[in-house]
Design a protein around this ligand. Structure first.
Ligand SMILES: Nc1nc2c(ncn2[C@@H]2O[C@H](COP(=O)(O)OP(=O)(O)OP(=O)(O)O)[C@@H](O)[C@H]2O)c(=O)[nH]1
Ligand SMILES: [Mg+2]
Length: 342
């Protein structure tokens, strides 16, 4: 059976509405990957995959983006994979400032997530720490190694980098399109395979609210330059047309945002919703058609990392009260702790 070189799905030439459709059987890419690869367009809805079945005697590399760290507590991997060995790969570290002390970060994460043999920050795109990852895989395991993780965490990019390292060729298509990989993609490695898998769907990411064409540029892809605001309570920060963070109670404090190519606008809380409504779709972009809702967050003293969908995060110091306005169901992840070097 011939498989698509982009997403791994079995190719078929009889049903234009089903996955894997090609106009002619000799094509290498399904129509959907062809359009993504050549025109960077995608009209398909996001695939709602769950954790894939994986045989017990394998090693799992659980790939999480450094920008989505607060998704980690959402899933109990031991429930899905009780017998499999697991390594946590924190990907996309090239996007974050070099001031981060990863040794301390990893130590901190190890104390919370004890089920991982190792926790390894790396960059699948740039290949940073790739050889250390391969040495670690060889140390713990011989046999099949699976790349598992949320959509857009960078599994296919990592597979491609490993493949390039081995034989100079990439294996599949990677892009900010959520849910791009549709089936297992195998790369022969030592006594088995390294196997990429379809990303696990995370509710509340930006792909739930916008079409690919509208969200693709807002997912961070270049090194992030943090933006710091010293705010008094009763001030608000408008992020694109998607989130408003309002500081409604607390002492003057600094807020540092780590986001991609999205506009940030500071204003007074008393005007914010009026301004937002007036300039949605013009000054404030992108905008979701989904209903928006407010939620209140009360932070005790200490530092917090707050994820805003998969657009990035901000660091806030408590005690304070924040009001967040975002599309209903948007993923807002909050974690208290010391973020060494951020
Ligand atoms: N800067 C940076 N970008 C990365 C890195 N890894 C992946 N990306 C980007 O993140 C986006 C998603 O990468 P993919 O490799 O397609 O992610 P995936 O986990 O395979 O996604 P699904 O197949 O949808 O589950 C692409 O635009 C990649 O270029 C990384 O280490 N650094
Ligand atoms: Mg993929």
């Amino acid at each position: 059976m011939k498989k698509c070189k982009g997403c791994g799905i079995a190719l078929q030439a009889h049903d234009p509405n089903a996955l894997g459709y090609v106009k002619a059987v000799e094509h290498e890419y399904c129509l959907s990957c062809h359009n993504l690869k050549n025109y960077n367009i995608s009209l398909e809805p996001v695939l709602k995959s769950h954790f894939p079945f994986i045989e017990e005697n394998s090693l799992i590399l659980y790939v999480v983006s450094a920008l989505h760290l607060n998704t980690l507590p959402l899933f109990d991997l031991t429930k899905f994979y009780p017998k499999q060995k697991k390594i946590l790969v924190i990907n996309q570290i090239d996007l974050l400032p070099q001031t981060i002390n990863f040794d301390l970060w990893v130590k901190d994460l190890h104390s919370y997530f004890k089920d991982f043999l190792e926790i390894m920050p790396l960059s699948g795109l740039k290949g940073h720490y790739l050889t250390i990852l391969l040495e670690t895989i060889d140390h713990y395991h011989s046999g099949n190694v699976y790349l598992v993780g949320l959509q857009n965490s960078g599994k296919t990019t990592l597979l491609n980098r490993i493949s390039e390292h081995i034989d100079g060729h990439v294996k599949a298509l990677s892009s900010p399109k959520a849910g791009l990989t549709q089936d297992f993609i195998q790369l022969p490695y030592k006594n088995g395979y390294i196997i990429d898998s379809p990303g696990v769907y995370q509710r509340g990411f930006i792909s739930d609210f916008l079409d690919y064409d509208d969200y693709k540029t807002y997912i961070p892809s270049k090194k992030i330059r943090p933006t710091t605001y010293h705010l008094d309570s009763s001030q608000s920060i408008i992020i694109g047309g998607i989130v408003i963070v309002s500081f409604i109670k607390g002492e003057r404090s600094s807020f540092t945002f780590y986001l991609g190519e999205i506009n940030i606008h500071r204003t007074k809380y008393e005007n914010v919703y009026h301004q937002f409504e007036k300039h949605q779709g013009t000054l404030f972009n992108p905008v979701s058609e989904a209903p928006y809702e407010k939620q209140f967050i009360k932070l005790d003293s200490g530092e917090y990392l707050i994820n805003l969908l998969d657009l990035g995060f901000f660091i806030a110091k408590g005690p304070n009260t924040l009001e967040l306005y975002a599309p209903k169901g948007a993923f807002i992840g909050i974690r208290k702790g010391v973020f060494h070097g951020l």
